[in-house]
Design a protein around this ligand. Structure first.
Ligand code: ARG
Length: 459
């Protein structure tokens, strides 16, 4: 038997530098459990269609389980000269059970095997990331009990805009994470199609039963075109994109909370277990977890970019370039999982500095838009109301006071509809209570949303 599983046609040895250059086992060993699962399903199918005897299929499964157990225990020695995890496992099987092991690769190729293993791995990882997203949503929803009634300034352009309930803020992140979960679920459907049996690129002349393998591995269907499948990495790129959106969401949240925890904002106390100090400045408590969450987004974006560039010039069907996909996907999944896990802990452990927030709530004219809408309610066209309130705000700014401290006479002068009842809508507490629309920060609407999230997440 030649040293390489593909060595028959070769008349000389491979340059060791080529072995080092072309190997993937140093990273695709992470697919070992999926490879074992896929091969066992394949062997059982080969027995069902009469290519293997039941005894042979059993010998193969037992051998594969044993190898899987050794890899899990860390006692298996991977060989670089066998290129990848797939050929390492197959060779180990042949070494253990002899010629029967040489029948396993019937009706398949590494091309469909790699794609199958990778899809199984991504499917498992999608489920894990969905659980981490749910944990983070729960952390936000669980804040809603203790932050009930807290009002924060809402921003546009990072300038004070309108007041919002803290709970409205927390649920904003739940919505973003819910879209991520929905994208994951959608991507999962396309990942969960079985390529095994499409073989190298054209299928096989052996009468295999692909549906049986799909059923036993929990795939929703079998891919229809072998050429397409052999070249297809859409499923991996889509997954990398969904991970990128998650990273983007986490990054914007991290940026916001970094700002909020500054002395200048002073909105938030981060839990110290998730901060680190300075080697020179004794007073420092830095938000490094949040900074690295923001920073690591760069590599997740980079991985997606690398995958898109990787496939852009590839003719049908399989090309070895595709081996470069795994490290990028593994790295994005590892990075996003680590960020999500810590994000849930930071969200749960942070405390709002209520005093500091409320003492400055009447700065920045957060109630100006509510006042404008009050005037609209008295029949003034929006553009005119905007102009009138703009002038009142300018006057209040000059006098360095909030709108609620302007004298009634000034309101009356601005518009006759602005009588003493105007003081019932001024001030942030009043302003927040005036909201009504669906999806707004109106306290009853937010309470409904909190209840619906609690119900949805069971928390
Ligand atoms: N380790 C390779 C990969 O991950 C498998 C190569 C299979 N095909 C081939 N024709 N060399 O893509």
């Amino acid at each position: 038997m030649s040293a390489k599983p593909w060595g028959g046609v070769f008349d000389g040895a491979t340059d060791p530098r080529v072995e080092k250059f072309t190997e993937s086992v140093s990273f695709d060993h992470r697919l070992y459990a999926q490879d074992v699962r896929g091969s066992i399903a394949h062997a059982n199918m080969l027995a069902a269609v009469g290519v293997l005897t039941p005894v042979e299929a059993k010998q193969i499964s037992v051998g594969l389980e044993e190898i899987g157990g050794e890899i899990a225990a860390g006692t298996f020695a991977f060989r670089q000269d066998l290129e990848d995890v797939h050929m390492n496992i197959e060779r180990a099987l042949i070494d253990r059970i002899g010629d029967v092991g040489r029948k396993l690769h019937t009706g398949r190729s590494r091309n469909d095997q790699v794609s199958t293993d990778f899809r199984l791995w991504i499917r498992d990882t999608i489920d894990q990331i969905d659980a981490l997203l749910t944990d983070l949503q729960r952390a936000f929803v669980q804040r809603c009990g203790r932050d009930e009634g807290v009002i924060l300034p809402g921003y546009t352009h990072l300038q004070r805009a309108q007041p919002v309930l803290a709970n409205h803020y927390w649920l904003a992140y739940c919505e973003k994470l819910q879209r991520d979960r929905s994208r994951l679920a959608d991507c999962r459907g396309r990942v969960n199609q079985l390529p095994l049996g499409t073989a190298a690129l054209a299928g096989t002349t052996i009468a295999i039963d692909r549906q049986m393998v799909a059923d036993s591995l929990g795939f929703e269907g079998v891919v229809a075109n072998s050429l397409d499948s052999s070249s297809d990495r859409d499923f991996a790129i889509e997954f990398a994109f969904v991970l990128t959106m998650i990273a983007e969401h986490l990054s914007t949240w991290a940026e916001e909370w970094i700002l909020w925890s500054t002395c200048e904002f002073n909105f938030l106390q981060l839990p110290q277990a998730y901060c680190t100090g300075s080697s020179i400045m004794p007073q420092k408590i830095n938000p490094d977890v949040l900074e690295l969450t923001r920073g690591k987004t760069a590599r997740v974006v980079g991985n997606l970019q690398a995958l898109l560039v990787l496939v852009k010039g590839l003719p049908l069907a399989y090309n070895r370039d595709l081996q470069e996909d795994k490290e990028r996907v593994f790295d994005s999944a590892d990075t996003v999982s680590a960020c999500l896990e810590l994000a849930a802990a930071v969200v749960a452990g942070a405390e709002l500095n209520r005093e500091a927030i409320s003492s400055r709530l009447e700065h920045g004219y957060l109630d100006a838009t509510t006042l404008m809408e009050y005037l609209i309610g008295h029949g003034v066209p929006q553009r005119s109301a905007h102009e009138i309130i703009g002038r009142l705000v300018a006057s209040a700014m000059k006098q360095r006071m909030p709108l609620a401290e302007l004298p009634l006479a000034e309101f009356q002068q601005a518009h006759s509809a602005l009588d003493e009842k105007v003081f019932n809508v001024l001030g942030v507490e009043h302003a927040i209570a005036a909201f009504q629309s669906v999806g707004s920060t109106a306290p009853p609407k937010v309470a409904e949303q909190v209840a619906s999230w609690r119900n949805h997440l069971g928390c």
